[in-house]
Design a protein around this ligand. Structure first.
Ligand SMILES: Cc1cc2nc3c(=O)[nH]c(=O)nc-3n(C[C@H](O)[C@H](O)[C@H](O)COP(=O)(O)OP(=O)(O)OC[C@H]3O[C@@H](n4cnc5c(N)ncnc54)[C@H](O)[C@@H]3O)c2cc1C
Length: 438
C-alpha cells in the first residue's frame, strides 16, 4: 500500500510537469519542459511516457516468448530487460541446452519456443536429436543451441512481432490504475512511466510481483547457482555444454545478491583455472532458485509426479524432479507415461488483477518447481501468459475471467500444443525436423 501511494504521488508530480503521453515505445516531449530544462530543474533525466497493452518485464527464457506471443496476437507490447540481450539463462547464463520438448515418444511443447530453438539449430547447421524413442538419460533430448545465434533470433522475432524492446531498464515501482498499471522504470540516463493494461512478470524471481507487493514463496535454503566457463579448449557454441562451478547461495533478487554471486563464481573459476587457459566465461552467474509467486493454485510435487491434468491447463511440462544441493543432484525421473500440466491459475498471483508471471517463478512447491523451471516449460508458460495477457487487454478484462478455451484456441493458432483436447497428451508424429504442424 505504501508503495502504491508513493507511486501515485510521484505520478501526479510528473503529470503536472507537462510531459505529454506517447504511444508504445515512443517518447514525446511536447508543450512542457525540454530534456535540458528538466535537467536544469534538478531532474536528472527526461521522463519518457510509454503506453502499451502488455508490458513484459524480463526478456529471458519465458519473457521473450511471452512478448512475441502478445505482439503476434496484436497487442502493443513493451519488453523491459535489465540486461543487454534477450534469452536470459539460455544466453547470458550460458545454459544453452533447453529441454524437454518431448516426452515418451511425443512432442508435448511446441509453439514459439520450439520455433526459435529449431530455427536456431537449423541456421547453425546442427541437427536435432532423434526424439522418436524415450532416451536412456533425459539429457539426450536436451537441445544444444548456439546461445549467440539464439539472442539474435529472439531479438529479430520480437522486432518482427512489433515488440518495443527496452534494454538496461528495470521497474522500481508499480501502481494500479483504472486501466491497469502505471509502472515506473529507470535505466542509464532514462526514467520512464509505462501505462499498460496487463503486466507479465518474467524476471525469474517474480520481482515485479514483489514490488506490487503481493506475497511470494521463498525457501530458507535455495539450490546453488552455477557459473559457466570453458578452459584449455575453444568453446564450440551449439555443439557442447560448458563447464560449471557451483555458486552456493546464488540469488538473483537484488543487485547486491547478484554481485555477491558473480564475485563468488568468478573467484571459484579463478581458483580452478590458474595455470590453464581460460577460453570462455559467461558474464554472470546462473541462478536456479529465488522467489516464486503464490498463485490461485500451487502446483504440488504430487500434482507434478502424478501428471495431474488441471481443468485450466495451458501447457505441458516434462523433466525429472531435479533439486540441486551443494553436493550435486540426482534427478528423479517421472514414472512411465506421466506428463505434468501447468494451469493458468499457477501463472496468476492470488488476489491480483491484470498481472501474470511465467518462468521459474511459477506458483509451485519447491520440488515441483525443480522440474517445472526448465527451459521448454518456461517457454510454454511464457507463450500462455502472452496469449492470456493479449486477450485480456483486447477484452478489457483480467486473465482469470477469460474462458480457458479461448486462450487455448489462440495458443493453438500460434503453433502451441495445448492440453484439454480429448485428453491430448502431445503430438504423436515426431520427425526430428524443424517444421511445426498443428
Ligand atoms: C546452472 C543451471 C543449469 C540449468 N540446466 C538446465 C537444463 O539443462 N535444461 C533446461 O531446460 N533448463 C535448465 N536450467 C533451468 C533454466 O535455465 C531456468 O530455470 C530458466 O531458463 C528460467 O527462465 P526464466 O524466464 O524464468 O528466467 P531467466 O531466463 O533467468 O530470465 C529472466 C530475465 O529477466 C531479467 N530480469 C530480472 N530481473 C529484472 C528486472 N527487475 N527488470 C528487468 N529485467 C529483469 C533478467 O536479466 C533475465 O533476462 C538450468 C538453470 C541453471 C541456473
Amino acid at each position: 500500500m505504501r508503495n502504491r501511494s508513493i507511486a501515485r504521488r510521484t505520478f501526479l508530480r510528473h503529470s503536472a510537469a507537462g510531459v505529454a503521453l506517447g504511444t508504445a515505445g515512443k517518447t514525446v516531449l511536447a508543450g512542457g519542459p525540454t530534456a535540458n530544462s528538466l535537467q536544469r530543474q534538478g531532474q536528472p533525466f527526461a521522463l519518457s511516457i510509454t503506453r502499451a497493452d502488455v508490458l513484459v518485464v524480463g526478456g529471458g527464457t519465458a519473457g521473450c516468448i511471452a512478448a512475441i506471443q502478445a505482439g503476434r496476437a496484436g497487442a502493443s507490447t513493451v519488453l523491459l530487460e535489465q540486461g543487454s540481450q534477450l534469452g536470459g539463462m539460455l544466453t547470458t547464463g550460458g545454459v544453452a541446452f533447453p529441454g524437454l520438448f518431448h516426452a515418451w515418444g511425443r512432442q508435448i511443447i511446441a509453439g514459439i519456443g520450439w520455433e526459435l530453438v529449431s530455427e536456431c539449430v537449423a541456421l547453425d547447421g546442427a541437427r536435432l536429436p532423434d526424439f522418436s524413442q524415450p532416451p536412456s538419460r533425459h539429457w539426450h533430448h536436451q537441445i544444444m543451441v548456439n546461445p549467440f545465434l539464439y539472442a539474435l533470433l529472439a531479438e529479430e522475432k520480437c522486432v518482427q512481432a512489433g515488440v518495443t524492446v527496452l534494454y538496461y531498464e528495470f521497474p522500481w515501482s508499480i501502481a494500479e490504475t483504472a486501466e491497469g498499471w502505471c509502472v515506473e522504470s529507470v535505466g542509464m540516463g532514462t526514467q520512464r512511466r509505462i501505462l499498460c493494461k496487463q503486466v507479465i512478470d518474467c524476471t525469474g524471481g517474480a520481482e515485479v510481483i514483489g514490488l506490487v507487493p503481493l506475497p511470494r514463496l521463498r525457501e530458507d535454503e535455495r539450490q546453488p547457482g552455477s557459473m559457466l566457463f570453458k578452459c584449455d579448449e575453444v568453446y564450440q557454441p551449439g555443439r557442447e555444454q560448458l563447464q560449471a562451478v557451483y555458486v552456493p547461495g546464488a540469488d538473483s533478487s537484488t543487485s547486491i545478491t547478484r554481485t555477491a554471486a558473480n564475485l563468488a563464481g568468478r573467484r571459484a573459476i579463478l581458483e580452478k583455472i590458474r595455470g590453464r587457459r581460460l577460453t570462455h566465461l559467461q558474464p554472470e552467474a546462473a541462478v536456479r532458485e529465488s522467489c516464486r509467486i503464490l498463485g490461485h493454485v500451487v502446483i504440488s510435487h504430487a500434482d507434478y509426479c502424478s501428471g495431474r491434468l488441471f481443468d485450466d491447463a495451458v501447457c505441458f511440462a516434462f523433466y525429472p524432479v531435479d533439486l540441486h544441493t551443494r553436493e550435486g543432484v540426482t534427478p528423479r525421473p517421472l514414472a512411465q507415461g506421466v506428463v505434468p500440466s501447468v494451469p493458468l491459475r499457477a501463472l496468476i498471483p492470488k488476489n491480483s488483477r491484470n498481472i501474470l508471471a511465467a518462468g521459474r517463478s511459477v506458483s509451485s512447491d519447491r520440488l515441483a518447481d525443480s522440474g517445472l523451471r526448465v527451459q521448454a516449460c518456461c517457454m510454454a508458460m511464457g507463450q500462455a501468459a502472452g496469449a492470456a495477457a493479449a486477450l485480456a487487454a483486447h477484452r478489457d478484462t483480467t486473465p482469470l475471467k477469460l474462458p480457458v478455451q479461448e486462450i487455448r484456441a489462440l495458443l493453438k493458432k500460434h503453433g502451441a500444443i495445448v492440453p484439454g483436447d480429448q485428453g491430448n497428451r502431445g503430438r504423436k508424429s515426431i520427425d526430428g525436423g524443424h517444421g511445426i504442424s498443428n
